[in-house]
Design a protein around this ligand. Structure first.
Ligand code: MN
Length: 260
């Protein structure tokens, strides 16, 4: 099949609904939950809109806004340069465009995370998944379903912090190391506020997903939703971060193509 007929088949599938587009992106507003670091560190900004004009004397027939946002606010992509382990690697604008479209697999740990907010995925969990579904995709995404998107309407429930810090699911340090250095994936996508588990500040190394994955030139995708609408294998993810020159990451529209 020639390239042109492949794209024609894709366009036909999109038009007739045999290929569904699933939006994995959380809406961006001032209510979008943002990560909170301990108070001695700098903090990321919430998303804010500032109206320039709305069909009024500031602009009689047009409406537009300025916006302010952290790079890591809402659904966003972490570029390798975000972490010190990847400081000489790509910033978000330098990631080759061809790497922003890739197949994806979804590993569902929503039952485990529902019982234990601090649930950690281990290498053996992924090996068991591979025994059923086949190997992780080379150059594709591992998307981690935990059911956390159901909490995104409440920052308190989403961050799930107590006096000891946040409690959200993620990967064990060894699993993060394995995913970064031994698995063929391009990155890790999660439903939580960051790619690391809530307790990862006290792991060794601290924040192992950030440390190992970004240090290996891989990527993170966060605050995804609607992963329940994706099959375990066979979807294609299109992740479009804003190309912020020198940026450490950027809000992204993340879409998945799914055959129905
Ligand atoms: Mn981030």
């Amino acid at each position: 099949m020639s390239q042109s007929s492949t794209l024609a088949a894709l366009a036909t599938g999109l038009a007739n609904g045999s290929i569904e587009v699933v939006d994995l992106t959380s809406p961006l507003s001032a209510a979008t939950p943002v990560i909170a670091l301990p108070p001695e560190f700098g903090q990321t900004a919430r998303f804010e809109l500032q109206e320039i004009s709305r069909y009024d004397d500031r602009g009689p027939v047009w409406y537009w806004n300025n916006f302010r946002s952290g790079e890591h606010t809402g659904t966003h992509l972490d570029a390798p340069i975000h972490w010190i382990t990847g400081k000489d690697l790509h910033d978000v604008a330098s990631i080759p465009a061809g790497r922003l479209i890739a197949q994806a697999v979804v590993l569902d740990f929503s039952a485990e995370a529902g019982k234990d907010a601090d649930f950690l995925v281990e290498v053996d969990h992924i090996r068991a998944w591979e025994a059923e579904h086949g190997p992780l995709p080379a150059g594709g995404w591992l998307l981690l379903r935990t059911g956390w998107d159901a909490r995104s309407g409440s920052e308190q429930a989403f961050l799930n912090a107590d006096e000891n810090g946040p409690h959200t699911p993620g990967l064990s340090p060894e699993c993060a190391r394995w995913l970064a250095r031994e698995s063929p994936v391009i990155g890790l996508g999660v439903e939580t506020v960051g790619t690391d588990a809530g307790r990862a500040h006290s792991f060794d190394p601290a924040f192992p997903c950030h440390s190992y994955l970004l240090g290996s030139g891989k990527y993170g995708l966060t605050q995804l939703r609607n992963l329940a609408a994706l099959p375990p294998t066979g979807s294609v993810v299109i992740a479009g971060p804003l190309p912020i020159v020198t940026g450490s990451g950027a809000p992204a529209r993340v879409l998945a193509l799914v055959e129905r």
